[in-house]
Design a protein around this ligand. Structure first.
Ligand SMILES: *Cc1c(COP(=O)(O)O)cnc(C)c1O
Length: 404
């Protein structure tokens, strides 16, 4: 039987006599020791189950980390204050000055900006490649390459990374495959497909209520412990620590992730099929017309679908903006960045979340002006939503060509 991430989360319980049904929130930055010797041992990293200081770890953060490690089928996980607070320490832990990264060019704008503008200050350079072209990926690898970086489903173009094939390359050249799985929680389990380290922005689907930022790094225990090492751990020393109240609330939201993902995916599939039938240029990994459809199908855990993200191209930025404003007026969603909310969110990536990417590079990767990125919400009757969206499209003139 295939790995079922939601079952693994469900199987975890923190249950005991007089315990709360949710684990207690640890409301402390520092912890007592009964003996000075234990404190010393803990600093040396040798006291299992002892807490030192909450930037290092806290009970609440460990509970959430344990649940996310179960979800991602990794030995361990550590939570961070944001998705970027997970991505940056992983890179800085794995790379020294002079090292090199091969990364997909269609990645989250913040990650792209970090690699392109920030890492060169440390003499860490990145080659950006078309991740769907394996020969291009392989030929970018040099003797200094340490990391192969991608997103399972890329932002915003929804390209699918062939994780098993990339894992082969990583083995051949002795690199680490780091996968950002933010767009496809539960649907894809990268570690089972050969990824070494899996990252999420918890801000998105996993928390799902757009009330916090958060991140997680899932991987082997050795690596997670290295990140938390008091002497040279990037998580410990860069200090992007999640607060205990937040990790407790994200853990509660994680309990409904499987139900939400099924609804996000079902609604997105319905709209993608309808949009495509109207003649709109629609990109959704669940459509047969998507070039990564077969690949996604071969990698996915059944039940959770192809995710909640889709894009349409309405031809121009003006039309995209008018359509988004009208859909918001009609209460069909919000003109906002981010994703994974109960309500549909839409934005034009070229002028928002991917604006860090220079215009000519945007064009080269197929990120056109008229592109609208949708994070489809949990609408109860998606057919009703579709009818209202279609009306908006007719009003803006997006469907003119089709209805003629
Ligand atoms: C949002 C996002 C991030 C960054 O996460 P934050 O929580 O905003 O720091 C990274 N990767 C992807 C794919 C994202 O969508």
């Amino acid at each position: 039987m295939k790995y079922n991430p939601a079952d693994k989360i469900q199987d975890l319980q923190y249950f005991r006599e007089f315990g709360g049904v949710n684990p207690s929130i640890s409301d402390s930055s520092t912890y007592t020791f009964l003996s000075a010797k234990t404190m010393f041992d803990t600093f040396e990293g040798n006291a299992e189950g002892c807490y030192l200081y909450s930037r290092h770890s806290s009970p609440s953060n460990l509970y959430l980390g344990e649940a996310l490690a179960a979800m991602e089928a990794t030995e361990a996980a550590t939570v961070t204050a944001s998705g970027m607070g997970a991505i940056t320490p992983v890179i800085l832990q794995l790379c020294d000055a002079g090292d090199h990264i091969v990364s997909s060019r269609t990645i989250y704008g913040g990650t792209y900006a970090f690699m392109k503008n920030f890492l060169p200050k440390l003499n860490i350079n990145t080659s950006f490649v078309n991740i769907t072209k394996l020969e291009e990926v392989e030929s970018a690898i040099t003797s200094n390459t340490k990391i192969l970086y991608c997103e399972s489903v890329s932002n915003p173009l929804l390209e699918i990374a062939n994780i098993p094939a990339l894992a082969e390359l990583v083995k051949k050249y002795n690199l680490k495959l780091v996968v950002d799985n933010t767009f496809s929680p539960l649907s894809i389990t990268p570690s089972i497909l050969g990824a070494d380290i899996v990252i999420h922005s918890l801000t998105k689907f996993i928390n799902g209520s757009s009330d916090t930022v958060g991140g997680v790094i899932c991987g082997p225990s050795d690596f997670i412990n290295e990140l938390r090492n008091v002497n040279d751990g990037a998580c410990m020393l860069l200090g992007s620590t999640m607060d205990s109240f937040r990790s407790a609330s994200i853990l509660k939201n994680l309990r409904t992730l499987h139900i939400r993902m099924q609804k996000h995916s079902g609604n997105a599939m319905y709209l993608a099929e309808k949009f495509q039938a109207l003649g709109l240029k629609t990109v959704y990994p669940g459509l047969n017309s998507h070039h990564g459809n077969e690949l996604f199908t071969s990698m996915m855990n059944d039940e959770y679908g192809f995710g909640g993200m889709l894009t349409i191209d309405v031809g121009s930025l003006e039309k995209a903006n008018s359509l988004m404003e009208l859909m918001q007026e009609e209460n069909l969603g919000y003109l906002a960045v981010s994703l994974g909310f109960y309500k549909t969110l839409f934005s034009a990536p070229g002028t928002s979340t991917s604006s860090e990417i220079p215009e000519e590079e945007q064009l080269e990767m197929g990120l056109s002006d008229g592109l609208i990125r949708f994070s489809i919400g949990l609408d109860n009757h998606i057919d009703r939503t579709f009818k209202q969206m279609k009306k908006c499209m007719e009003q803006i003139g997006v469907l003119e060509k089709v209805t003629l």
